[in-house]
Write a protein of this length. Structure first.
Ligand SMILES: [Mn+2]
Length: 344
């Protein structure tokens, strides 16, 4: 990277704590981890950190259990070429770098390890932008106003003077792009745009990522979108829109639970909708709910009523019940929530 062309100003709000860098530097065989059903921000941040810190004295592996990855984002793992951590690697690792993950029990370590004490006292470095992060690391760097974990990972790599290849720049750009919904959400700060500009300068492939992330639906993903459109309903005087996908509907479309990602944009795209929800039954008897707020409406407290978490205007929860029961439980609370919020 040419320092003269990369923005000199790194905002003080985002200045990287030195103990984060020290903890990563001290490791020799760390594993990067992100949240279950990793999105582009989770994958981009973990893979770029892994690429940046792999050198003669350190091999960084990534925890990405095969079944956890969506069809759409497989290219990020394949392009990065970061070695995937096995159970054996978990035994031998000397640190865990967790990105974009609010709670330790959301770590994407695979079904077998998730129930166990997989870190066993070894250091956890926790880097995230979720407001509800529980600070479960030994070292924690949580910036809840950051656009994305990729923005934080970019700042981290630069402060630590670790390399950012054009490939890593593409990975980081992908997460910043998608977590801000194409630089269209209020989280699109000057810092986010500066980071994105720097990443393009370094060599992020903007056109290729746009194509892959926004204009490359597999037929199965497209068929699932049809279901989401068809199932969209409006309640609460039109201010709430929600849609749903049952277990059978997901599977009949040729998709899996891991393919449920940004379909919430469908009910959210209706004019006048302030609160959007997507109910998806990825496994029978387990219903995931995505919540999105627009304008002044925040949804985090509503998600927390159901044991969920996330960001002020983008949150999620999982209920141990079927689709219809989840809808019946959540919709009345959502209507009440919007009325109580005084947003009429
Ligand atoms: Mn994120």
């Amino acid at each position: 990277m040419n320092p003269a062309t990369i923005s000199e100003q790194l905002s003080n709000a985002s200045s990287v704590p030195i103990d984060v860098i020290t903890a990563i530097e001290a490791s020799r065989s760390p594993i990067v981890i992100s949240h279950i059903v990793p999105d582009a921000d989770a994958l981009g941040s973990m893979l770029a950190v892994a690429l940046g810190w792999t050198d003669k004295g350190r091999i960084v592996k990534a925890s990405i259990p095969e079944s956890s990855l969506s069809q759409k984002l497989t290219f990020m793992r394949d392009h990065a070429g970061v070695p995937i951590a096995t159970k054996n690697d978990f035994e031998r690792a000397d640190a865990f770098i967790v990105l974009d993950t609010a709670r330790k029990d959301r770590c994407n370590v695979g079904a077998e390890l998730r129930e166990s004490d997989w870190s066993r006292g070894r250091p956890i470095i926790n880097i995230d932008h979720h407001a509800t992060n529980t600070r479960f690391g030994n070292v924690n760097w949580i910036v809840d106003h950051a656009s994305s974990s990729c923005e934080l990972a970019y700042l981290l790599l630069r402060h630590a003077e670790r390399p950012i290849t054009p490939m890593a720049a593409s990975l980081l750009y992908a997460g910043t792009l998608t977590d801000t919904l194409g630089f269209s959400l209020p989280t699109t700060s000057p810092d986010a745009l500066r980071a994105a500009a720097d990443l393009v300068e370094i060599g992020a492939d903007v056109a290729d990522l746009g194509e892959r992330l926004f204009r490359s639906h597999k037929q199965s993903e497209f068929d699932l979108l049809r279901v989401i459109y068809a199932n969209t309903k409006r309640v609460g005087a039109g201010r709430i829109a929600y849609s749903s996908a049952s277990y059978d509907e997901i599977h009949n479309a040729g998709c899996k639970a891991s393919d449920i990602d940004d379909q919430i944009t469908v009910p959210r795209s209706l004019d006048g909708v302030q609160l959007a929800m997507l109910f998806s039954e990825g496994r029978p008897g387990k219903t995931r709910i995505n919540f999105r707020g627009s304008g002044t409406v925040t949804v985090l407290k509503l998600a927390q009523q159901f044991g969920g978490g996330g960001h002020a205007q983008a949150a999620g929860a999982i209920l141990d019940c079927g689709l219809q029961e989840a809808i019946d439980r959540v919709i009345p609370k959502a209507v009440e929530f919007l009325n109580d919020a005084g947003n009429s």
